[in-house]
Design a protein around this ligand. Structure first.
Ligand SMILES: Nc1ncnc2c1ncn2[C@@H]1O[C@H](COP(=O)(O)OP(=O)(O)OP(=O)(O)O)[C@@H](O)[C@H]1O
Ligand SMILES: [Mg+2]
Length: 396
């Protein structure tokens, strides 16, 4: 049986579930007089249907019904309709059961038989409590949401602080490095002149001695001295390169041409050591404003290192492409790679793992790249080889 009592005024829906028709009629009469819209059902099953159709704030539920006991019905209602509050109707003498029902989610219990005033007052109480509890639940939800957002902001803030600190540390490292290079430039310019003159004299005297020497040992020693003199001279030249020189800036330097001429300069070593050169120029890169000689220096230093790292028959690969208005050049070799513990130091002036290295190749290359607002880094390195990635802004 499913009875719906209709009224013209919009009232609060209440579902009453009881197998006793008298109770249903009486309760529904009382409630409709006090501003409620009662919907009645004489079985739990029909009651559920009414609840899902009308979403009432309140349900009056009989504890003893033939088809399903009140506790099971109560549990079902609370799990399926958590915002619906349930008032249990229990017979006299079943207060203990009523307590059990409250533990299971009932909001109130009313002992049968009940009188009008008592029933309405208690239902209104439950409705007030319901309103407060739902409001609290909503506030709790909002609070949880706000706490979650605060946590997210905190996380974001910490991330930004970390990023900024890292950027600051990088900037400080850069300052230290450029200060070292500046001091080096100042010193080397002065030293070069002082050292090169006596060096020239040494070379000259050795050459004179060679003209008169006949002893094979003597000749060998003299040639070794000459070689060492040349080495000192080349170190001085590198130091001079690191110091400032007059730049010849051009606004349309084609980086592929700069790379090609740098490779060209190494062709004797490349050929004699059977190094394979692979060029992948994906586009004609937009011109760069730069001093071509300075840019050439970058690639010379990189190719020197690559050749040092490779055995006979190695592979030197150069890739050029554009990305986000920047020209990207990747220089890869199939050399021995850079050890992990060495990697953080390779751009430091004077850092070298080579017996005869000055440790100026990479710091000089990096200084030039940065001068053109570019960027240079080791993209990857393993015992199979190393790839450097360089980025340059194109002319705007
Ligand atoms: N392509 C590479 N493969 C392996 N190791 C490299 C490579 N490029 C650089 N390195 C490492 O980085 C170090 C520093 O390089 P950098 O060019 O500054 O100095 P160097 O080559 O040792 O000396 P210089 O270039 O002044 O003669 C090298 O000693 C080497 O250990
Ligand atoms: Mg080098």
């Amino acid at each position: 049986m499913l009875i719906e009592c209709r009224s013209n005024v919009i009232k609060k829906p209440v579902v009453i579930i009881d197998d006793d028709r008298n109770i249903l009629e009486l309760t529904s009469l009382i409630l409709s007089k006090h501003g409620f819209q009662p919907y009645v059902a004489d079985s739990a099953h029909e009651g559920f249907e009414l609840i899902s159709r009308h979403s009432p704030e309140l349900v009056l539920l009989d504890y003893i019904m033939p088809e399903m006991d009140g506790l099971a019905a109560l549990q079902l209602i609370k799990s399926r309709f958590p915002d619906t509050y349930v008032v249990m109707l229990t017979g006299k003498g079943s207060e203990e059961i009523a307590v059990e029902l409250m533990k299971n989610g009932a909001s109130e219990y009313v002992l049968k038989p009940f009188n009008n005033r008592n029933l309405v007052e208690r239902l209104q109480n439950v409705l007030r409590i319901r309103e407060i509890e739902l409001h609290n639940r909503e506030l709790q939800k909002q609070q949880d949401h706000l706490l979650f957002e605060i946590e997210q902001w905190n996380y974001e803030l910490q991330k930004r602080v970390r990023e900024k600190s890292e950027a600051l540390q990088d900037a400080q490292d850069e300052i230290v490095q450029s200060e070292k290079l500046a001091a080096l430039g100042y010193l080397s310019a002065g030293m070069a002149h002082e050292i090169r003159n006596p060096l020239n004299s040494i070379a000259l005297f050795i050459q004179l001695m060679r003209q008169t020497s006949t002893e094979p040992d003597q000749l060998e020693y003299q040639s070794k001295v000459l070689k060492e003199v040349e080495r000192i001279d080349s170190i001085i030249r590198k130091l001079l390169d690191a110091s400032r020189r007059t730049r010849v800036i051009s606004s349309n330097v084609q980086i592929n041409q700069v790379v090609d001429s740098a490779i060209e300069a190494f062709s004797p070593q490349i050929e004699s050591r059977k190094i394979q050169v692979e060029r992948q120029y994906h586009c004609v890169p937009q011109p760069i404003t730069a001093d071509p000689a300075e840019l050439g220096q970058i690639f010379t230093n990189l190719f020197l290192n690559a050749l040092d790292a490779m055995n006979r028959g190695g592979l030197l690969a150069i890739e050029i492409f554009e990305e986000d208005s920047r020209v990207i050049v990747r220089v890869s070799d199939s050399g021995t790679g850079i050890a992990e513990d060495v990697l953080p130091s390779i751009f430091d002036p004077f850092f070298s793992t080579k017996n005869r290295g000055t440790g100026m190749g990479l710091p000089v290359a990096q200084r030039i790249v940065r001068m053109y607002e570019g960027n240079m880094k080791v993209e990857s390195s393993s015992p199979e080889g190393t790839t450097f990635r360089l980025e340059f802004p194109v002319c705007s």
